[in-house]
Design a protein around this ligand. Structure first.
Ligand SMILES: Nc1ncnc2c1ncn2[C@@H]1O[C@H](COP(=O)(O)OP(=O)(O)O)[C@@H](O)[C@H]1O
Ligand SMILES: [Mg+2]
Length: 476
C-alpha cells in the first residue's frame, strides 16, 4: 500500500465513522502533508460544503487551526481549546504517520458543552493568578525589617561580626548566632537575609521556646488533613514549607526538644521533609539561621543538645557580645533607639537626647536585658519626658538608684522632681506591680512560662511579651 492508498483508506473510514458519530457535536477533517483539505465533515460547524473546500489550505478555512503545522511536525496536540466563531471548542490534532514520516493530519473538534470547560479553564487561570498574588503577599508578610545599617555599633568586635555576616550573607551557609537575650540576634539574622540573594523571598521565624513540645513537629513541618485528632480538616502548612527559597530563622534553638533535633538534622542533611501524616517528600531549599541565648557548646557537653546538629548548624558561628562589654555603644544606641521610638509615637519635632548624667548612670548598669532593655528604658523615658531631653528622673527606679547619692543628689542639676511632679510615677508603679505578679507566678511554677501564664489567666504569648518588655528573666 502506498501513501495515496493509505490516505484513501483513512478518508473512507471517516465516512464510516460519520455514519455512526454524533455529528451534531462532533466533526473531523483530514489534511495532506501540505495542509490541504482532503476530507471534510465540518459542514455543520462551519457551514461550508465539502465540495467547496477540498484542496484548499486548511488555514484559509478554519480560524486558529494548527492542523497544517501538525501535518509537518508529526507531533500530536490533544484537548486544545480553540476559538472558532467566538466560541471555544475542543480540538485534537493527530498526525498521520506513514513509514515513519508525517504525511498529513486528522483534526477532530467537539463543540458541545465547551462553555463549562471554558469556565473551568478560567477558574484554573484565576486560581493560578490568586496563587501568585498570595505568594507575593506571603513574602510581604514574612519580610525581614532590619538591615546591617540598623545595627548601631562602634565596638570593633561588633564591627568585625557585621563584616563577617555581610560576607556570609552572599552564601547559603547555615549560621548560628549566639548571645544573651536582647543583644540583637534577630537583628543580625534579618540583616543577613536582607543582604542575601533571596531577600525577596520570605523570612520565616519560629521561636522554639514558645511552642509546646507536642505541637512543634506540626508547626515546623505542617500536617495533612486527618493527621491527628484536633487537626484541621484542610491540613496546615508548616514553617519549613513557608520559608520556600528564603530564610528559616530558628530562634531559641536551645529549647528544641531532643527528638526534634534529630528530625531537624535529617532535614538539613537530606534537604527534604514530609508533613505530619503525609508521605509526599517536600523539598527544603531555605537557608537556616539559628539563634540561642544559651551556650550551646555547654549544652552539648551536658548532653542536652545533639553534637552532630550543633556542628551542622555552626558552620558559621556568630557570638554577639553583651551590652555591658561594649558600653561605648551606649550614646549611639540611645540616640537611634530614641529616634525610632519618636517615630513610633509620632513625636517629631526636636531630636530626643539623653543628659550627660543619664549616660553616666546607664554606664553603671550591667544590662542583663541588653539592647532590648535599653530600648524599653528609652521608650518609657521618652514618653515621660514628652519628647524633651531625657533626664535622670525619667529613668526607672532601678537605674536611678545606681546614682551614688540617690535620685535627689542630682535633682537640681538634672531637674528631677519630688513625688509631686513625678510624671512617671503611675507607669512605674504599674510596671513594678506587673513585674512582681509575673515573677512570683514564674517562681511558683519553677520557671515554667506556660504554667505561669495559666495561673495568671493570660495567654502564653502575653507572658512572653511582658517578660521581654519588663526584662523578666525566668532563668529557664
Ligand atoms: N546594635 C543594635 N542597634 C540598634 N538596635 C538594636 C541593636 N541590637 C539590638 N537592637 C534592638 O534591640 C531589640 C532586641 O533585639 P533582638 O534582635 O530581638 O534581640 P535578641 O534576638 O538577641 O533577643 C530590638 O528591638 C532591636 O531593634
Ligand atoms: Mg530574639
Amino acid at each position: 500500500m502506498d501513501r495515496e492508498e493509505y490516505l484513501e483508506k483513512l478518508k473512507e473510514s471517516i465516512d464510516v465513522l460519520s455514519d455512526i458519530m454524533d455529528t451534531e457535536n462532533y466533526g473531523m477533517c483530514l489534511v495532506d502533508g501540505e495542509g490541504r483539505i482532503i476530507k471534510w465533515n465540518y459542514e455543520r460547524l462551519f457551514g461550508h460544503k465539502e465540495a467547496d473546500v477540498l484542496g484548499l489550505p486548511v488555514e484559509s478555512v478554519i480560524e486558529n487551526t494548527r492542523l497544517h503545522i501538525v501535518a509537518r511536525t508529526g507531533e500530536k496536540e490533544l484537548f486544545q481549546i480553540q476559538k472558532i466563531h467566538g466560541n471555544n471548542v475542543i480540538a485534537n490534532r493527530i498526525p498521520i504517520i506513514f513509514n515513519g514520516a508525517p504525511i498529513g493530519a486528522a483534526g477532530t473538534i467537539i463543540y458541545k458543552n465547551t462553555k463549562e470547560l471554558a469556565e473551568a479553564w478560567h477558574y484554573v487561570e484565576r486560581a493560578e493568578n490568586n496563587m501568585k498574588a498570595y505568594k507575593s503577599e506571603l513574602a510581604k508578610m514574612y519580610q525581614a525589617r532590619y538591615h546591617f545599617e540598623d545595627i548601631q555599633t562602634i565596638n570593633p568586635q561588633m564591627e568585625a561580626l557585621k563584616n563577617l555576616c555581610r560576607v556570609v550573607a552572599g552564601t547559603q551557609a547555615t549560621v548560628l548566632i549566639q548571645g544573651e537575650s536582647g543583644t540583637g540576634k534577630e537583628l543580625f539574622a534579618q540583616a543577613i537575609h536582607n543582604a542575601s540573594m533571596v531577600s525577596q523571598e520570605p523570612f520565616v521565624s519560629i521561636n522554639c521556646a514558645s511552642i509546646p513540645k507536642d505541637l512543634m513537629e506540626s508547626e515546623l513541618f505542617g500536617y495533612e488533613s486527618g493527621a491527628f485528632t484536633g487537626a484541621r480538616r484542610e491540613g496546615k502548612i508548616g514553617k519549613f514549607e513557608l520559608a520556600g527559597h528564603g530564610t528559616l530563622f530558628l530562634d531559641e534553638l536551645g529549647a528544641m526538644p531532643v527528638e526534634m533535633q534529630a528530625k531537624l538534622l535529617r532535614v538539613l542533611e537530606n534537604h527534604e521533609f514530609e508533613r505530619v501524616g503525609g508521605n509526599k517528600k517536600i523539598n527544603f531549599d531555605a537557608r537556616v539561621i539559628a539563634a540561642t541565648n544559651e551556650k550551646l557548646g555547654e549544652s552539648v557537653a551536658a548532653g542536652n543538645f545533639r553534637s552532630d546538629l550543633y556542628y551542622r548548624l555552626s558552620v558559621v558561628s556568630v557570638d554577639i557580645p553583651p551590652l555591658r562589654s561594649r558600653l561605648e555603644d551606649l550614646p549611639e544606641l540611645c540616640m537611634s533607639l530614641l529616634a525610632s521610638q519618636q517615630k513610633k509615637y509620632n513625636m517629631g519635632g526636636f531630636p530626643a537626647s539623653v543628659s550627660g548624667r543619664v549616660l553616666t548612670l546607664l554606664k553603671k548598669h550591667d544590662w542583663p536585658g541588653n539592647v532590648r532593655e535599653l530600648r524599653n528604658v528609652m521608650e518609657r523615658a521618652l514618653i515621660m519626658s514628652q519628647g524633651h531631653e531625657i533626664l535622670v528622673c525619667h529613668l526607672p527606679d532601678y537605674l536611678q538608684s545606681l546614682s551614688q547619692g540617690g535620685a535627689k543628689a542630682d535633682g537640681n542639676a538634672d531637674g528631677a522632681g519630688g513625688a509631686d511632679s513625678d510624671v512617671g510615677y503611675y507607669y512605674r508603679e504599674i510596671n513594678r506591680l506587673e513585674k512582681q505578679m509575673i515573677e512570683s507566678a514564674l517562681k511558683n511554677c519553677g520557671g515554667n512560662r506556660t504554667e505561669a501564664a495559666r495561673q495568671l489567666g493570660i495567654h502564653r504569648s502575653v507572658i512572653y511579651k511582658k517578660m521581654k518588655d519588663l526584662n523578666i528573666f525566668s532563668g529557664e
